[in-house]
Structure formats: structure tokens, C-alpha cells
Write a protein that binds this ligand. Structure first.
Ligand SMILES: Cc1ncc(COP(=O)(O)O)c(C=O)c1O
Length: 438
């Protein structure tokens, strides 16, 4: 196709998206896309900038979940956009196959390893591929370095690591939706309560390959362990020659006020393997992977693991630009400062909101847990969306508030005001609380 035809066709495609009515878009989605997600709204998003989403029906909505923390830098970060435009205009290949060397993956991996203090990066795409790779690495380590034939991985209840068939073997006892009817399952996983070092100690056997944890459980309800948990688990792992694997796909890239959440406890909490994803590309494309020492990474010889798109030039350019933006924006510092402010304000709201059981958080990873004496979190999410913000329920009874870390104080005030309104207005949602008692 010549350039002029391509330009005209591209123009037509862009116009067709602009012309598609909201109703048509919803009809097409319902008819042609698998219903493995429930739509929260009938109003398609047609533009996004920073923390704001603009819809086909003319609404402006604050994105208070940052696409599950994939948009820590906000939507369409200008540095990533500009770098991507230059990359495309310069004619770099978007995909290549890892058998061909590429400068963008070289620069991305070098920057990521420098920023995190690990030797090597194994690139992948969607988040779940990182835990999947980490499980493979842990098993190879156990087979080869410990002579174990049936390795076990210890994981925590209420965890979430993604939804492939193997990774769903690390699951939340209370929510098995991603498992029901999908058996038979891979063996070799042992569940323990979260934030319980002794339980891990009891679960360790000569077959244990790894302990697999989120430093703060996101999907499980913003569960923050007691200080010292990670370093105690780390010490136990070292003592028993077991890998410590932290899944920071949601907590990573500044979200909790440090580049990675384990850093709150210092070097003694550094894992053997770190899973990253989501904001690794600034939310522009699926980019994930694992970080580890050279010694561990050498368990992957050519052919043992891989993916066509994992570590593509496109992933490299986006990753490099995102990491640079994270540094220039001082994203962890922004999260720490704004998170302290937001947490204090949410605690004030909680004092006058009987439906709130607890507010908790670290950086801008915040959760509002509801008392179970009224409608659940989903209904609060719907009401907040009506008012102009996405603050999404997780685990039924917790509202997750994880805004883009670049949201300004005024923008945060806007959404905190809406949260206050929803929890203090006279409504069915607050029945069972103050208004039922009044
Ligand atoms: C801690 C954690 N690990 C893994 C995943 C899976 O990521 P993805 O949905 O991109 O596969 C998620 C997604 O929410 C997550 O929060």
C-alpha cells in the first residue's frame, strides 16, 4: 500500500471510530466481545489525558483506579507519546523476534536493571506472564539446584497473581471464580494465611522452591502486612534455600511511595525474583517481566521460555520512555506525599461515615473497607461513577482508590469530595449506618 492510500484509509478508520455512536459501540461490544468482564457503564471512553477520561456522551470522569495501576503516569504521558511518535517516524521495527538484536530492548533492560538493582530482566507481555515465568524459574531452581523432583510454591490467601491456568493455582479461597470448572489443575502450590511468617515456616518442606507474595495485596482488598513481614519472610527463605518472589505488578513503579513496595523495608526485603508489569510501559502496551540475578536467570537457556512480542522494540521504547518519565516526574515521591494527604482526608471522611469500617493505604494505594451492614462496594462504585469518578470495588467490601500519581492536589480534592459526598449523603447506600439509626 502506498503512503497516500494508507493516509486516506487511516483517516477513514479514525473517522469511523469518531462516528460510532455510544449505543452502537455498546451493541458491538456486547455482541462480539466475550463477556469475561462486566461493563460498568454504557458510555464509551473516547479520550483520556492525565487522570481524566472523556466519554462519547460528553462526560468527564476522574480515573481513580488508573486502569488497575497501569496508568500510574496518567493517561497519554507526553514524554512517552513524543518518544513513540519519533520511534515510529524513524522507522524502527515494532516487532522483530528476539533472535534479532534491538537497541530499544537493550536500553530498556539496562535502565530497568540499574533502577532496581537486579542483574537481568526477562521480558514478557501481560502481567500474568511474569508470575508464570517466575514459577518456571522457581521450579528449575528447585530441580537443578536442590534436586527436588516435585517442587512446591508457598503463596498467601487473598492473593491475586493473574488468571492463566497455572497462576490461578495461587488463589483466594473466598473467590474462586477464575478456577471454577477449569480443572484439572497443576499441582505444587501450598496456601498459607497472609501476613503470617510462622505459617510460612510451618509450610516449608524440603520440596519448597519459593515463597510467592504481593508486598501489599491489591485485588484481595488493599491488605497491608505488618512492618517487617517481607524481611522476615526473606530471612526465612535464605535460611531454607528457597526463593523469595515478590509480585509487584500492582504495587510497583511508584504506587506505594517507593519505586517498589519492598523498598519500604530496605535491602533486607529484596526478593530473589521481582515480577513487574502494568505501569512498565506507562500504560501504553502490555509490558511485563521478571528481574533476578544472573545466576538465577541462567536457568533459562534459549528455547526454554519466550514470546513473540515479549521484549519487542515497541516494548523497549515504551519501557524506556516510561522509566524515564517515572524518574523525571519523581513518581514515588509524588505518591508518598499525595498519598499521606489523601489517607488523612479519607480518615476524616471515615469518622463521619458509619458505612466505613476502615481506611488503609500506603502511598496512593488506598482502600476503603465497608461495614457489611448495607449494599456492597459495587453499588458505591456505581454511585461514584454517576457523580464523575471511577473508584472501583474489589473483593466486594473494599473500594480501591489508586489514582494516577501525577494527579494534582486539586484533582485529588475533587475526587475526595465525591467520596465524602457518597459516604455522607442521605441514601440507600448509607442505610444500615447513620441514616438507619437516625
Ligand atoms: C499483583 C498482580 N499480579 C498479576 C496481575 C495480572 O496482571 P494482568 O492482568 O496484566 O495479567 C495483577 C493484575 O491485577 C496483579 O494485581
Amino acid at each position: 500500500m502506498n503512503r497516500e492510500t494508507a493516509r486516506q484509509e487511516a483517516h477513514r478508520l479514525l473517522e469511523s471510530a469518531q462516528r460510532l455512536s455510544a449505543d452502537q459501540a455498546i451493541d458491538f461490544l456486547n455482541a462480539t466481545v466475550a463477556h469475561n468482564y462486566r461493563l460498568l457503564s454504557d458510555d464509551p471512553v473516547i479520550k483520556a489525558e492525565g487522570p481524566w477520561l472523556h466519554t462519547a456522551r460528553g462526560r468527564t470522569i476522574f480515573d481513580g483506579v488508573s486502569a488497575y495501576s497501569a496508568a500510574n503516569l496518567g493517561h497519554g504521558h507526553p514524554l512517552i507519546k513524543e518518544t513513540l511518535k519519533g520511534f515510529l517516524d524513524a522507522g524502527y521495527p515494532t516487532v522483530l523476534g528476539r533472535f534479532m538484536p534491538d537497541p530499544w530492548l537493550a536500553l530498556f533492560a539496562r535502565k530497568l536493571t540499574h533502577m532496581t538493582g537486579f542483574d537481568m530482566f526477562l521480558p514478557a507481555n501481560g502481567g500474568v506472564e511474569a508470575p508464570e515465568a517466575a514459577i518456571k524459574l522457581a521450579r528449575r531452581f528447585a530441580h537443578r539446584e536442590k534436586g527436588v523432583s516435585a517442587p512446591e510454591i508457598i503463596y498467601a490467601d487473598h492473593c491475586f497473581h493473574g488468571r492463566t491456568l497455572t497462576v490461578t493455582q495461587m488463589f483466594d479461597e473466598e473467590d474462586q471464580t477464575a478456577r471454577a470448572g477449569f480443572g484439572p489443575f497443576a499441582p505444587g502450590f501450598v496456601r498459607v494465611p497472609f501476613d503470617d511468617v510462622r505459617a510460612i515456616e510451618r509450610a516449608l518442606t524440603p520440596n519448597t522452591a519459593a515463597v510467592f507474595l504481593e508486598p501489599i495485596q491489591g485485588e484481595g482488598g488493599i491488605n497491608i502486612p505488618r512492618p517487617g513481614y517481607l524481611s522476615a519472610v526473606r530471612a526465612l527463605c535464605r535460611e531454607h534455600n528457597v526463593l523469595a518472589i515478590w509480585d509487584e505488578i500492582q504495587t510497583g513503579f511508584g504506587r506505594t511511595g517507593r519505586l517498589f513496595a519492598w523498598e519500604h523495608e530496605g535491602e533486607k526485603a529484596r526478593p530473589d525474583v521481582l515480577c513487574v508489569g502494568k505501569s512498565a510501559s506507562g500504560g501504553f502496551a502490555p509490558v511485563s517481566g521478571i528481574l533476578a540475578s544472573r545466576r538465577l536467570m541462567d536457568h533459562f537457556e534459549p528455547g526454554s521460555h519466550g514470546s513473540t512480542f515479549g521484549g519487542s522494540p515497541m516494548a523497549g521504547v515504551l519501557g524506556l520512555a516510561a522509566l524515564t518519565a517515572i524518574e523525571l516526574e519523581r513518581l514515588p515521591e509524588q505518591a508518598a506525599e499525595k498519598g499521606a494527604y489523601a489517607l488523612a482526608r479519607l480518615r476524616e471522611v471515615a469518622r463521619k461515615a458509619p458505612r466505613i469500617k476502615e481506611v488503609r493505604g500506603m502511598g496512593l494505594m488506598l482502600g476503603i473497607e465497608l461495614n457489611r451492614n448495607g449494599p456492597d462496594g459495587h453499588e458505591f462504585t456505581r454511585r461514584l461513577l454517576e457523580l464523575g469518578a471511577i473508584v472501583k470495588d474489589t473483593h466486594h467490601w473494599v473500594l480501591r482508590f489508586t489514582p494516577p500519581l501525577v494527579a494534582t492536589r486539586d484533582e485529588l480534592d475533587f475526587v475526595l469530595g465525591l467520596i465524602e459526598q457518597v459516604f455522607t449523603e442521605k441514601s440507600r447506600l448509607n442505610a444500615g449506618g447513620a441514616f438507619a439509626r437516625a
